[in-house]
Design a protein around this ligand. Structure first.
Ligand code: ADP
Ligand code: MG
Length: 377
């Protein structure tokens, strides 16, 4: 059973971080500015002598002074409400390495709501806070997956993270076309935000250790943290209703290796380091924006796993992270163009809810009675 759905555009927000030590030391001027802490516009002025700045508009723009709490309140809090209503939602962090993707997604993982806690810990904290206040039955499961070099790794599995797991397979969820799941992945049942934080820290460390051991850069891998919430409610007429909401929090590989057009850039190409998933993500976005007949979802692990978040039934938000400094301007412009194009993608979100077995059996019984009557007539 699914409720009526309306098409909505993907939500695209930009976060500009403060200049880092290196940018300050090198005296790299600020070329990207915002209208205050938060607004909708972003101004680019490559040279002080330029008569005018170029303005980009997004759903939201956060300046260097915006803190984690503000990003959560403005972007994530409304999404959590949707998840609790039974929607699938995805938040992508996109941008050049060092611009604040992991800071935004994870931030400080040692506390659930400390000043530097990012989207993941804050969401968990708020989620359990809300669930504990309601009297419906619920369960929360989490999974944490990494895609490196088109191989899937389960960051929550007790197995050695340096050995790519062969048991992980992507398959299509029969109940929901375009929605793919990973078979063989740990989906850990959790009882509190603190529970998850402990698990996450282990997963995050595992990612680092594996990367170091194998001489991999974590900036070239994609991480998908998924929270699945089951809520059982009893409606006013005594029916049991099961709602399933899902939130994917995706920390993408650094965008510097792949250009907006989906072509590989010089250095990455020379080194033969093809980031198939990032390349394909760009191509999928382009194909969706240009309303192409063929959308190449199947050409990478990332786009297969998140197919439903791109032109599907999921509510999707992209957080594009950029540096304000001139030395990174080329990459920042590429990120802004990419994000701007993605604004044109339209999804058709649908609620996942169904009656529980008891209610279904009752409905089948009524149908059988009706058919019997028809036969007798
Ligand atoms: P990425 O994941 O995009 O490679 P990180 O999230 O690791 O980048 O950020 C790089 C550094 O910049 C980190 O030390 C991080 O704490 C800092 N940083 C990023 N964004 C912000 C911000 N908005 N405010 C303060 N520090 C930030
Ligand atoms: Mg990172």
């Amino acid at each position: 059973m699914s409720s009526e759905s309306k098409e909505t555009n993907i939500n695209v927000v930009v976060r500009v971080r403060p200049r880092n030590q290196k940018e300050i030391r090198e005296n790299s001027p600020i070329v990207i500015s915002t209208s205050g802490v938060k607004g909708k516009d972003l101004h680019v002025k490559a040279n002080p002598s330029d008569p005018q700045s170029k303005t980009y508009s997004f759903d939201k723009v956060f300046g260097p002074d915006a803190d984690q709490q503000m990003v959560y309140d403005e972007v994530v809090a409304p999404i959590l409400e949707e998840v609790l209503m039974g929607y699938n939602c995805t938040i992508f962090a996109y941008g050049q390495t060092g611009t604040g993707k992991t800071h935004t997604m994870e931030g400080d993982l040692t506390s659930c709501a400390g000043k530097d806690a990012g989207i993941i810990p804050r969401t968990l904290y708020r989620l359990f806070d809300k669930l504990e206040k309601e009297d419906s039955e619920y369960s929360v499961r989490v999974s944490f997956l990494e895609i490196y070099n088109e191989e899937l790794r389960d960051l929550l599995s007790p197995d050695d993270p340096t050995v790519p797991s062969v048991k992980l397979k992507i398959f299509e969820d029969m109940n929901r076309r375009g929605s793919n799941e990973v078979q063989g992945m740990e989906k850990i049942l959790v009882n509190s935000a603190q529970d998850v934080i402990t698990i996450l820290q282990k997963g995050s460390n595992k990612r680092q250790t594996a990367a170091t051991k194998m001489n991999e850069a974590s900036s070239r891998s994609h991480c998908i943290f998924t929270i699945t919430v089951h809520i059982k409610e009893t409606t006013s007429d005594g029916e049991d209703l099961l709602k399933v909401g899902k939130l994917n929090l995706v920390d993408l590989a650094g965008s510097e290796n792949v250009g907006r057009s989906g072509a590989e850039k010089g250095r990455a190409k020379e080194a033969g380091m093809i980031n198939q998933s990032l390349l394909t993500l760009g191509r999928v976005i382009n194909a969706l924006v240009e309303k192409g007949l063929h959308i190449p979802y199947r050409e990478s692990k990332l786009t297969r796993l998140l197919q439903d978040s791109l032109g599907g039934k999921t509510k999707t938000c992209i957080v594009a992270a950029v540096s304000p400094a001139k030395c990174n301007l080329e990459e920042s412009l590429s990120t802004l163009d990419y994000a701007h194009r993605a604004k044109n993608i339209r999804n058709k979100p649908e609620v996942n809810q169904r009656m529980t077995k008891k209610a279904l059996i009752r409905e089948y019984e009524t149908q059988i009675e009706r058919l019997k009557m028809d036969l007798q007539a």
